[in-house]
Design a protein around this ligand. Structure first.
Ligand code: 5RP
Ligand code: MG
Length: 212
């Protein structure tokens, strides 16, 4: 099965983001409206990317922690295909996000950032009917030298029916280490947008994903 590439648009302005995505459209499967990008531009960013790239999946990294129905509905109303909810939050919030998503033919990605007992939480979260579970080492955790590799190994042991995504510091130099564990989706932000040549970085990652 093909591994999907999700580009995380985090620390970038709207115009530059549109320009970059236009150039790498062919190699990207999911366009992530990253959390800081969403904070800056709101749902306009979701709407703009869905309008410009209607054939792509647009994910809104809202990292929902509460008010699951209301907040997920907002993102779907503006064109998001996938929304994120935090794995550390209450099951009731995740249940509401799943209900709202599936009523609208949309998908839910659970971000497991800061979840301590992965095994137990994965089992519960899968029972709630989510579509994708993501292991994620956050930007601040990355600064202390952590990576999501061990979490991915754990996730692949315990996730039985959801797609598995991995995020946190992935780039063209380390992505092969992650591919060994067969994630369904690799999420790359700084590894593309922070590189000297973002277009080349995205294309290189795509080649690695295709085993070329
Ligand atoms: C941070 C995020 C980022 O989008 C995610 O970590 C991917 O970015 P990077 O590849 O730069 O780590 O959600 O909370
Ligand atoms: Mg993100």
């Amino acid at each position: 099965m093909d591994i999907k590439l999700q580009i995380a648009l985090d620390d970038i302005d709207l115009e530059s983001a549109l320009e970059v995505v236009k150039q790498i459209e062919d190699v990207v499967d999911i366009i992530e409206i990253g959390t800081p990008f969403m904070m800056l531009y709101g749902m306009k960013a979701v709407e703009t990317f869905k309008t410009n790239f209607p054939q792509k999946l647009v994910l809104c990294d809202a990292k929902i922690m509460d008010a699951g129905k209301l907040e997920s509905k907002l993102t779907f109303d503006y064109g998001a295909d996938i929304v994120t909810v935090l794995g550390v939050t209450d099951d009731l919030t995740i249940i509401d996000v799943v209900k709202e998503a599936h009523a609208n033919n949309k998908q839910v990605m659970v971000d497991m950032i800061c979840v301590e007992n992965l095994k137990e939480r994965i089992e519960t979260i899968e029972e709630l009917g989510v579509d994708i579970i993501a292991v994620h080492t956050g930007v601040d955790q990355q600064a202390s030298g952590r990576t999501p590799l061990d979490d991915l190994k754990e996730m692949k042991k315990y996730a039985k029916k959801s797609q598995v995504a991995v995020a946190g510091g992935l780039n063209q130099n380390n992505i092969k280490d992650y591919l060994e564990y067969n994630p369904d989706i690799v999420i790359v932000g700084g590894g593309i947008l922070g590189s000297e040549n973002p277009v080349l970085a995205a294309k290189t990652i795509n080649k690695i994903l295709k085993g070329e």
